[in-house]
Design a protein around this ligand. Structure first.
Ligand SMILES: C[S@@+](CC[C@H](N)C(=O)[O-])C[C@H]1O[C@@H](n2cnc3c(N)ncnc32)[C@H](O)[C@@H]1O
Length: 264
């Protein structure tokens, strides 16, 4: 499995999990054993899962804006209720189909290895897999219940498990090898991350040179009570600080929706 060997990493030292010997002691057999389960089942490559394996209990919880997506009720409704509401214009002035068109246009004819980071129920991963142009789709999310919805929907859509590698992972400890991914989609996600700066730094790390990031999020004046909303200038600042060159960063406001296109 070329893709797994090349792209999936220990979230702590970023070395490919399929490579031996491992470079860090903390990689532990746990992550390598998880790797064996893919693609037939989802794998958990969060540092929390390793901690639970060793200590028998989970470590600290994330902020509410991340944790609420782990609720089975939210995951169930996310898939079934939100898409028609978005289509009325609330998301990207036209819904997920508009976003899919923008994203695939930006990624081009041969997107290569595409990672959907914070994939949720895989609304975009499934479209990308069905499009059939990607070398591999890797779907990563922190919420095990969102990922379980993704698995159920894949069965309903007739998508074989080999088409989407599903990983429970944290954008702030991304279990992907540096400079390995051709394109990343992070839809409606940054406002849910505990630390958007750290998330984008990780995304920059794993993109190969020339790799593309298409990301969307909501903008101010939405108030940052639970979620963290951004101004266009803040988004640009986060992207430039992560390492993207200013000539290769575009941030567009469509109503209160921010669309990011970057090339590393
Ligand atoms: C609003 S949903 C977006 C889902 C999907 N990308 C879409 O376009 O509809 C935000 C997602 O971010 C995920 N998320 C939040 N914090 C995360 C983190 N630290 N690492 C990875 N995913 C995270 C949540 O679990 C949730 O599925």
């Amino acid at each position: 499995m070329f893709i797994l060997k090349e792209a999936i990493a220990c979230p702590l030292c970023h070395q490919p999990l399929a490579k031996t010997p491992q470079q860090c002691d903390t990689c532990h057999n746990y992550f390598r054993n998880e790797l064996q389960k893919t693609p037939s089942s989802l794998i958990d490559l969060t540092p929390e899962a390793l901690h639970k394996q060793i200590q028998g209990n989970a470590i600290q919880t994330k902020p509410l804006r991340t944790e609420l997506f782990r609720s089975p009720i939210i995951s169930f409704f996310y898939e079934r209720v939100l898409p028609p509401i978005w289509a009325t214009g609330l998301r990207n002035l036209g819904g997920i189909d508009v976003e899919f068109a923008q994203c695939t246009e930006f990624f081009g004819e041969n997107p290569g290895i595409v990672a959907d980071i914070s994939c949720g129920t895989g609304i975009m991963s499934r479209r990308l897999a069905l499009l059939g142009k990607c070398k591999q789709v890797i779907a990563v999310d922190y919420s095990e219940t969102m990922l379980s919805q993704l698995q159920q929907q894949m069965k309903l859509d007739g998508i074989s498990p080999s088409k989407i590698v599903i990983i429970r992972g944290d954008v702030e400890a991304l279990p992907l090898v540096s400079d390995s991914i051709d394109a990343i989609y992070a839809g409606a996600a940054m406002h849910c991350w505990p630390n958007a700066e750290e998330g984008i730094r990780n995304i920059y790390r794993v993109l190969r040179s020339g790799g593309k990031l298409f990301a969307t999020t909501f903008l101010k004046p939405f108030p940052s009570i639970v979620f963290r909303f951004f101004s266009v200038d803040e988004l640009r600042h986060i992207l430039l600080t992560a390492g993207f060159n200013s000539d290769c960063v575009q941030v567009e406001a469509r109503g209160l929706y921010g669309i990011i296109r970057c090339i590393k």
